[in-house]
Unconditional design. Sequence first.
Lengths: 320, 439
Amino acid sequence: MSLIVDSITKRFGSILALDGVSFIVEPGRIFGLLGANGAGKTTSMRIVLDILRADSGRVTWGGAENISLARRTWGYLPEERGLYPRMLVGEQLRFFSALYGVPDAQARSEIDDWLERFRIPEYRDRKVEELSKGNQQKIQFIAAILHDPDVLIMDEPFSGLDPVNVRLLKEAFGEMRDQGKTLIFSTHQMETVEELCESIAIIDNGRVVVSGAVRDVKRAMGRSVVRLATGADDHDVAWLTDLDGVRLSAQREDYLELAVADGHDPEAILRALVERGSRVKRFEIAEPSLEEIFVEHVGRRAVDEADEHLAAVSRGGIAS
Amino acid sequence: MSGLLPNAYHVARREYFIRVRSRAFMVTTILLAIVVVALTLVPTILSAVGVADPPEVAIAIEADDLTSDPVVAIQAALLIGIGTEEDPDAGSSGRGDRPRVIRADDPEAAAQAVRDGELDALLTITSDDDGELAFDYLGSASPTNQTRILVTQAATALAIEERLEGAGISPEESARIFEPPTFTATPVDPGDDRDADDVGGAFILAYAVVILTFMAILTYGNWVAQSVAEEKSGRVMELLITAATPRQLLTGKVLGTGAAGLSQYVVIIVAAVIGFVANGPISSALGVTGDAPISLPDIGIAMMGSFAAFFLLGFVLYSALYAAAGSMVSRIEDVQQAAGPLIFLAMAGYFAAFTGLNDPDANWVAILSIVPFFSPYLMPARMLLTSVGTGEVLMALAVLLVTVGIALAIASRIYSAGVLLYGQRMGLRSIWRATRVAR
């Protein structure tokens, strides 16, 4: 019953938007689709939803091709939010439910339930244009799920929400997953992915650069991370990188991050510190974060550019 | 591929109610209804305030030896063709416009009255030594002035009568000479039994059908395009296209908007009927003997049915393409530009129909009345004004129906490709490219 995206290719004129994109989403899981802007996430989603047709490749859900499946299989929250601005919230939601074939009575009670859950029951008889952006987004989310789809596909569902609403939405995600729904979403917020997703695919320039269970993706990086904080006056850490297989990957305000290559024991660092008599305030062995993985696969060039830009800004700041 | 229903119905229903509940729709409809009622009452009101009084022409006779009284003769000549001499008031639908003739006993006073605007014209009749009549017309002397034209004709008739008299031909003989011959016209179509009285009403009805069709296509077609462009620019489109197929969306949009437009038409027609019905009581209340109402030709159920079919199919044909035009633009302001070719086509049909109304039997009218895009205008007009074989009507309908099918297919391809393309201006080539990759 999994969703299988099998080497889909899509060309817009001279631009190759997707170049053999493949990934598998296990049913009843939350799947993260990561990528920089313009990487091909939205196009992939649209092809899965059969709003767009791929030039080649296929998409199957439970063995059936997506083009043969009923539309109510899918729920979709597009990145560009849009509702009828002058239509009442309740009427609008009933309209979309009707398009998916939900009986009106059922739609009404579901709408009331969801508005209640999102703490906006008083907006049912208000026009959409009178609502704040965040509340409109909640309405749009409700519109995507009222017909009880098996697969829910969301493009940047958290963007523009305040922390309270992000929390509400995450709870709704978990609950839907527990009901056996399959959720796919794209985002830039890596912490959210770490928190919610069992598996991911990272897309860059129309290709999947890495995909699979988050745990496997992290292991495949071939290293672990040590977060280390030593005594306040002990700033000389250069000697640490002389250790075999150890590399300084980031210097934070109050701790260091060291990358330890596979086949080397991270505890060697701890032993070396103890031998030198340093005071160890923090020593933590961890897997590399998704952010690191993302940056390593996609954003090296982008990150360098960003750093140069930052450096230029700070130089300018000093000069003035 | 899913069928049209029920989603086309849901889309149409939403479209209809959003439209008819909008303030703009209500205001426009009410205003149109008021205007229509006012228009139907205009002739009655005008005659009540005297504006519609017939022109008055005074005749000063400075000629001798006239065989008949020119005042009587000219008045009779002025009324020719709109009533019989025995009963000048009968069947006089246009009689109110014909000038009334009075005798000017004091030519100077009459001339002054013309200058003061109390009289419309003064006709002075003189004669030379040979008894040849000469006429001197004082009044609005523009060559297109209706009174002047009519009086000129009446004066010519009088002069000819006098000359014949001088040549020794008695009034009885001359009346016999100018008697029209027996002329019988037998229609090819034995069912075509309309007479001269029907034609006037048929013309008015034909104009009404052409104008109403044109207005419906331009106004409501534009609504369809606007509404598609709004959904696209407001980004609701992506939700819609996920929930329903382009064909369902397009069909629902066209039908919903069409239904709203028809509702507006019904209100206007009801207003017109109310106006006509109210005309009688209002005229008698105002003490005006109103003109006899225009008699509309007797059109059968079959003809009404085919009018409705041409109107609806024509509307669907145009508005499906309007929807496609609306889907091609990213901003609502660009709708008019994208719909330009359609507006041009609709105008071409409209003007062809107006020209064709003057010569409904011309070959080019017969041909154009079969051609889709033109047949919704021309065929109903032709059917009203001349006899058209059932086979021709059915063929025009069949051609139109097939074209509607093709147009819907093409329009939903353009629509499904267009609705997700933002930013770029779409030329024909990019549309074509897009339709090949859309679902």
